[in-house]
Design a protein around this ligand. Sequence first.
Ligand code: ACO
Length: 382
Amino acid sequence: MSTEPEFRPGLEDIPAAKSAVSFLDGKKARLEYRGIPVEVLAKESCFEEVAWLLIKGDLPSQKQLAEFDHDLRQRRAIHYRLKDLIKCMPADGHPMDALHASVAALGMFYPCKTVADPVKNWDASMRLIAALPTLVTAFARTRRGDEILDPRSDLDHAANFYYMLTGKEPTPATRKVLDACLILHAEHTMNASTFTARVTGSTLASPYQTIASAIGSLSGPLHGGANEEALTQFEEIGGPEKVKSWLDGKRAADPKYKVMGLGHRVYKVKDARATVLQEIAEHAFSESCRPRAYETAIELENYAAGIYGPKGIYPNVDFYSGVVYQSLGIPTDVFTPIFAIARVAGWLAHWTEQLVGNRIFRPEQISIGKTDIAYVPLENRP
Ligand code: ACO
């Protein structure tokens, strides 16, 4: 008698890899990159150091970090033909679609016939980390009719991104907020986009194709796209005093209504990253100048806790990130691309890990369709 394998929708609780890149305890809101708590890294470290830590496995020495930082700065610029390509993209297209296409196109300038050489793979990893901010800002600027700005090698990763987007150098406080946001979003165990990266990587596709696939996965509203949706939701609600009637109305119309920025497959308490992002927001806004969207978010978190808390549904990273980005003057549809600028470090760490003793992903399905059906020629069909 054949026994059918158990089907777990969404592969819930099914390990897809053994990984040492990060650790997550969803009951204790504990997230560690290579053993170091993420909130410590957000305060003490910088994105460049975290990217090295994730991919290489240990904190860099001073010399290693200086060289890595230098190498990243050398790889920020993109070919003028890639800029021309980005200029030709539809201005009303989504920046995540532009990024997806741009990363695949970037790979055409640096063909990887094999992924067997760790030195070349490291070089491609550095180029991807370095060039993503250039690709994101090139589209963000050109679609509004502004000139694309070349990267500045005198600015660090976060500051250079802000400069290329806005044409202004960030204040030290803004730079620190952006840098912390990049750190908080850099890695998160076996989420959908990381799994996508590992699946594509397992076919020995190029690192550019691997990262382009992961970007596609991140773009969806159930994953990275939720940061944009969460801010739009706070604006739609219109103010903290309208939270109760808004949520009651949504739930009356659809008892399964999903509040954007709440819930997580692994977390059963508030996401540690949401807590840090809220601290950043609290620091940025004094009581007197809190944006309406932030006031609305706080009220929604409180009201939703009474309804969804017993089910373990609390704010995830996307709940407060949009409010923070908005306070920096960043357009709403660039929030998810910023997520990609950060998460590329985690994706590449997993890709590097996947290639060691790689085996192509090829899961099973439970077939529920018809079998052994006779082919009817077209002329004999009604
Ligand atoms: N609002 C209201 N109810 C929710 C929410 C939510 N945001 N999230 C989950 N639930 C409820 C579901 O209705 C379901 O209820 P039921 O048991 O009565 O049927 C239960 O909680 C389980 O929900 P699932 O959707 O099955 O949980 P899953 O683990 O598959 O999905 C996900 C996780 C996609 C994050 C989900 O919570 C969600 O859609 N959240 C909103 C979108 C979001 O914020 N995504 C960002 C996640 S973080 C990240 O990717 C960076």
